[in-house]
Design a protein. Structure first.
Length: 158
C-alpha cells in the first residue's frame, strides 16, 4: 500500500485521504493539482495582437491594480482592484465572481497592505497558485500569474 504524506506535519495517511488525519491540513498530491498551460508561449508575449493579457502603459493610473483573465472561461475579462480587500469566488456576492465549478464559493481574497497586494487562499479545495506555486498567502507583483481554479489571471500595477 502506498501512503500519502502530509506537507504540513509529515503524517502518513491512506492514499484516498484528502485531509491529514493528524493535523487536518489538505493533503496535496501532484495528481490533485490543477495544471493550466499558457495560451501562448510566455517568451512571445506581445508578438500576438490577440493576446488578451496585454495592458498598455497608459491604461492603468499610478496606484491602480488590474487583473486580466488570460486563461479560463472568461478570457480577456478585466477586474480593477478597488478598495483594501477584494473577495474572489464562484458565488455572486464576491467582488470578483469566477463562475466555474473549479472555483470555491469563497476561494480567495486580495488584500492591500500599504503599497503591496497580497492574495490569501480561504481554504479552497483546488488551492490558489502564484506563478505555478500553491500558496496560502503571497505577495502579488506586476506580471505575476494568479491561478484560481481554471482561471489564470495576470496582475498589472500602475
Amino acid at each position: 500500500m502506498q501512503y500519502v504524506f502530509c506537507n504540513q506535519c509529515g503524517h502518513r495517511n491512506p492514499p484516498s485521504s484528502a485531509f491529514c488525519s493528524a493535523c487536518g491540513a489538505v493533503v496535496d498530491t501532484p495528481s490533485m493539482h490543477t495544471n493550466v498551460l499558457a495560451k501562448t508561449d510566455p517568451l512571445l508575449d506581445g508578438v500576438y495582437d490577440d493576446d488578451n493579457a496585454i495592458v498598455h502603459s497608459g491604461e492603468i493610473a499610478p496606484g491602480e491594480a488590474l487583473l486580466v483573465v488570460r486563461q479560463g472561461p472568461e478570457i480577456g475579462t478585466r477586474y480593477s482592484l478597488v478598495g483594501d480587500q477584494i473577495s474572489v469566488g464562484r458565488v455572486p456576492d464576491n467582488d470578483v465572481q469566477l463562475d466555474d465549478f473549479t472555483v470555491s464559493r469563497q476561494h480567495a481574497v486580495f488584500v492591500r497592505q500599504a503599497n503591496v497586494w497580497l492574495v490569501r487562499d480561504l481554504g479552497s479545495l483546488n488551492g490558489t497558485y502564484v506563478n505555478n506555486r500553491r500558496v496560502d498567502e503571497a505577495v502579488v507583483q506586476h506580471g505575476d500569474d494568479v491561478q484560481i481554479g481554471r482561471f489564470r489571471l495576470v496582475a498589472f500595477f500602475g
